[in-house]
Design a protein around this ligand. Structure first.
Ligand code: SF4
Length: 93
């Protein structure tokens, strides 16, 4: 099963309070120059993208794997689970 098909088996209850944020946009620019933004490469759900020199975080797509927090070389991601009952859930099962 391809990753896109697996992602389709999830549903998401949006938490209005973002559970992902970056601490410092300047560090994101530096990370992009020095390391090529590993968060963008590792995220299976395309949560991160650069738009006009800013790292945009589409947290509502997150599948809560935790990989981005681990690979960030500057520990620049604030990561917590969505509030109780919100976030991802399996659609089947
Ligand atoms: Fe992407 Fe996983 Fe980080 Fe969520 S926790 S933003 S799915 S890498």
């Amino acid at each position: 099963m391809r990753i896109e098909e697996r992602l389709y088996t999830l549903r998401y209850k949006r938490d209005e309070q973002p559970h992902l944020m970056v601490k410092d946009q300047e560090l994101c620019k530096r990370c992009n120059e020095e390391y090529g933004s590993p968060c963008i490469g590792v995220c299976p759900a395309n949560v991160y993208s650069f738009v006009k020199d800013r790292l945009v975080v589409s947290y509502e797509n997150c599948v809560e794997c935790g990989a981005c927090k681990i690979v960030c070389p500057f520990n620049n991601i604030i990561w917590k689970y969505p509030r109780y009952g919100l976030g991802i859930a399996l659609r089947y099962g």
